[in-house]
Design a protein around this ligand. Structure first.
Ligand SMILES: [Zn+2]
Ligand SMILES: [Zn+2]
Ligand SMILES: [Zn+2]
Length: 471
């Protein structure tokens, strides 16, 4: 395999290759010419570092060019350092050779199936960038512009995050998918409301919460016993007791200074220890220090499984998310809210019967890793079975990545029984036909207003259902 095209950005000095003044233009033109599929390389020839940085960012965030070998004549900013394949004044044969080697690893990858501009595609690009560059880990860098005070430069650019630190969510998702393992690198403190790190700690009055507090020396007047802040005694350059109006002359003889105390200018209270209040510079909310969210900041290390995911171009299947999306579920909190309304209504009008149906799906890990397509097809059929047996007025939700909850309004217990039985029978048949009985467990349960549930809260009703399905 040979490099067929050298694409030069900005530098018009070279006589060979395709020359573009702007990286965006290069992307459009090169795409039109269909060059992205064949071995090529980019060389950024710039007069200043800013241009190099921008070119790297533009090329790496585009799915078509995120893996392209990329060299520059100037050193980029530290943020972009790991995203270039080499820095040299002019393109050498060694670099062309290196580009050729990168292409050899790219060619070994199964073509990326995520053709759309979805975050999933960007995550795959990041993984593939790491494996084609033999980068084993992504480390956090301290940065005051990041929302969490740290960011992961390679991930931020390839995952197309506008704000530094936002790539954390994707990295954590891939950690849950076992693509990355982690090692703690540092810690950060975040606002519990908005997740930003910009927190200001202030000492405040424990009585009224005002920040207008000051530390003062207190004076104890021996002869009359009065104790008060030094400022009350200060008259010109003399110390006069505000209570008995005697002049204080000798410390240790007339008076002493037993301690320092805080005084609040707002409510006048006196105290020894002020409270600490945290103010978030981003959302302006205040809260006590114990509510600060302490988070670890990790280095993400590519696992052997992660490398496999990159090579095959397929993310592990997330059964429950897939199912929830296909069923078009509503959020769990909203479901609880609606269920609460139904319970209240049924309590007042006993004829307004309804039922709640619970389905539980447990899929063995090996079924997902060994026969993902089979499981995917099963899910598709399961969704049709559930949908066929429901009415459009039924409300579906999911919880704890295990349970599907369905509210059947205006349904008597007999009605729910029929629906549950039909679903269970059809699913059982489906599992049998596909030889999945050992791999997938399906359980169902239901509860109706005739069971005296109208005295329970929505959460309690749902808990009852879960308990039933765990039997
Ligand atoms: Zn106060
Ligand atoms: Zn006095
Ligand atoms: Zn905040």
């Amino acid at each position: 395999m040979e490099i067929t095209k050298i694409i030069i950005l900005q530098g018009a000095k070279k006589s060979e290759g395709l020359i573009f003044p702007k990286p965006e233009e290069a992307l459009i033109e090169v795409n039109k010419m269909g060059l992205f599929r064949s071995p090529h390389l980019f060389f950024v020839e710039a007069k200043n570092r800013k241009f190099v940085d921008r070119a790297i960012e533009v090329l790496r965030r585009e799915p078509e060019s995120s893996l392209s070998p990329l060299f520059s004549n100037l050193e980029p900013s530290p943020e972009f350092k790991k995203l270039v394949d080499g820095v040299e004044a002019s393109l050498s044969n060694e670099s062309i050779e290196k580009a050729r080697e990168i292409w050899e690893t790219i060619e070994k990858l199964v073509p990326n199936p995520y053709a759309t501009t979805l975050p999933e595609n960007w995550r795959m690009n990041l993984l593939r960038f790491l494996v084609t560059r033999k980068i084993e880990e992504i480390s956090p860098v301290l940065n005051r512009n990041s929302v969490i005070g740290f960011f992961w430069p390679e991930a931020k650019t390839i995952l197309r995050k506008e704000e530094k630190g936002r790539e954390l969510e994707d990295l954590e998702l891939m950690k849950r998918q076992k693509i990355f393992s982690t090692e703690i690198e540092n810690k950060t403190s975040l606002c519990p409301f908005c997740g930003y790190y910009n927190l200001i700690l202030r000492e405040i009055c424990p009585n009224c919460g005002s920040v207008k507090i000051r530390l003062e020396e207190f004076i104890h007047h021996y002869s009359c016993g009065y104790i008060g802040p030094a400022s009350e005694f200060q008259v010109g350059d003399k110390l006069i007791c505000p209570k008995c109006h005697e002049e204080l002359k000798h410390i240790g003889v007339d008076y002493d200074k037993p301690l320092e105390k805080y005084i609040c200018d707002e409510c006048k209270s006196v105290f020894i220890e002020p409270d600490i209040s945290v103010l978030c510079a981003n959302c302006s909310k205040t809260f006590p220090p114990e509510n600060i969210k302490e988070e670890t900041v990790n280095t993400y290390i590519l696992t052997p499984f992660g490398k496999l995911v990159a090579a095959e171009g397929k993310f592990p299947l997330n059964i429950f998310e897939e199912l929830s999306v296909q069923l078009g579920v509503i959020g769990f909190n909203l479901f609880i809210y609606i269920l609460d309304k139904f319970l209240k209504l049924a309590k007042r009008y006993p004829e307004r019967t309804f039922c709640v149906l619970g389905l539980k799906l447990t899929v063995k890990e090996e079924a997902i890793t060994e026969a993902p397509t089979k499981v995917k097809l099963f899910l598709k059929d399961l969704v049709s079975i559930i949908k066929e047996n429901l009415r459009s007025s039924d409300i579906i939700s999911s919880s704890e990545r295990r349970y599907i909850l369905i509210l059947l309004p205006e349904t008597p217990p007999e009605g729910a029984k029929v629906v549950v039985k039909r679903i269970a029978e059809q699913v059982e048949r489906l599992l049998k036909v596909n030889n999945l009985t050992d791999q997938i467990e399906f359980k169902e349960s239901y509860i109706c207003t005739d069971k005296g549930i109208t005295d329970l809260s929505a959460e309690e009703v749902v808990k009852e259902l879960f308990k039933e399905m765990e039997k």
